[in-house]
Design a protein around this ligand. Sequence first.
Ligand code: AMP
Length: 590
Amino acid sequence: MSDAEQQVVKSFPVIRKSDERRQSAAIADTEQARTAFSWEQARKRLTGLPGGGINIAFEALDRHVEAGHGDQLAIRWLGQDGGRRDLSYAELTGEASRFANVLAEYGLVPGDRVFALLGRVPELYAVALGTLRAGLTFTPLFAAFGPEPVRSRMEIGDASVLVTTASLYRKKIAAWSDELPGLKQVFVLGQDAPEDCIALTPAMASAEPESTVHATTEDSTALIHFTSGTTGRPKGAVHVHGAVVAHAETGRLALDLQPGDVYWCTADPGWVTGTTYGIISPLVNRCSMIVDEAEFDLDRWYRILQEEKVQVWYTAPTAIRMMMRAGEASAADHDFSALRFLASVGEPLNAECVVWGQKVFGSPFHDNWWQTETGGIMIANLPAMDIKPGSMGKPLPGIQAGIVERGASGVEELLQGEIGELALRSGWPSMMRDYLHEPERYAKCFDSGWYLTGDLALCDSDGYYWFVGRADDLIKSSGHLIGPFEVESALIEHEAVAEAAVIGIPDETAGEVVKAYVTLNSGFEPDEATERSIRGLARKRLGPAVAPREIVFRQTLPKTRSGKIMRRLLKARELGLPEGDISTLESDEK
Ligand code: AMP
């Protein structure tokens, strides 16, 4: 074992899978499947459009209805206040068609971009799938974002349409919506709409529940997902309809999705996991999805798992840690016997959590890794694989990963047991095709046939990958990727703030939380009132998921000679780690 391996690899006992478990998975022998796999074969498992095209919504809905599964439950929606609504595949297809027809009626055409700022309500699913079936581009936004992140994303994404609620519209959008030149239409849920908006309920009611699927091809733009960057504004990762081949296959292989499964993905569709694995993949694999409108609540979650007889559950480390914290006793009087497969994504999953799954739910949590740019799961603990708790698993069939180092002469692959940047050989169907308006930034992600992920990792001698950290300054808090620049920009809008630097600091539950260091303009006191006022503005502008948890005052911030704030140094000091190379440090105060 290399020194690095000794540090990174956890010494938990391997969780072995039984032969029975292996045989019931989509692939029983992962190594053999890796050799035999081809994306062409995976494509053949889907139906495709007449004429050779492909459309995500058609694969998710119509083909199941055509094959006689129209009556199967597609979505069971559980409302925050106890409401319930079931939608069969046929009904959801009808709702999606209605929305597609509403878009057409208002003159919206392929090329137009439909943004959704909604909670987890049934309409969201019809909007997403209706947009895709009509050949327009769908972009989800997280409903807990403040006006600032909403506005920047709608600007960068040239939003043509927004679907939201009257209340979100008034709170977050009304003040500036007429400054977006490309915004053609705002739909709000319900019977009544604010001025200049259209009420969606009557529009849907008078639309036909049938529509023709637009003849999209593998390369037609389908989705734009925003993700954070270390510098500059958020990045709009462009994904195409051909990605559905990977959405389907990765769900089948890495999440064990089988037709008819009751499946629950707890991620919000405002983020990439909640769209790919909370809408598309389960429907394409003909599962029955549970959609819970409410936020995390321990008793409610245990009740849902039990009462809905969830078989496959995809969740996130922050939630798992919250459950662990509440203790085993709170889970003890529930029946989780329907659960067959548990998976987790989005942030490092502690080895303890993996084992805890086994104890409490009768199955370990299967960690997997991917990011907005990859469009689908790339590295996973597959159902038939033995699990090394704490590891992200191995690359999926069809995915070639490596640990590399960027150098002056290109990218060099490192040996097993060495820490480097996680890279993937380009060429799988769900890879992003562009960053909107930023071709250079996009091109920088690729070198010598590799896509460079920005994550640091290690591959051990058995081919298992272990997450080490980010190679950049991005922050992962409760699974949300947060760009420090976006937070700093909002902070300096406060009249008291001269400069701001934002880092992530470890947190037992959320993985990391946002901490801000600020310097003040003259005339402002570094006291509690100022802190409260800055924090209040940040929450208002950014929303609670993104705003800093802690704000501290400094006389100066550490900067390079070229004036760049050294967030890395702040972080090293915060954590008591070595400061590394500080030869470029210009000004500073500890
Ligand atoms: P996003 O694009 O918001 O989905 O965030 C992607 C990033 O989340 C990755 O680049 C990683 O830094 C982190 N991430 C995702 N899955 C995992 C995982 N299983 N373990 C550790 N980090 C992860």
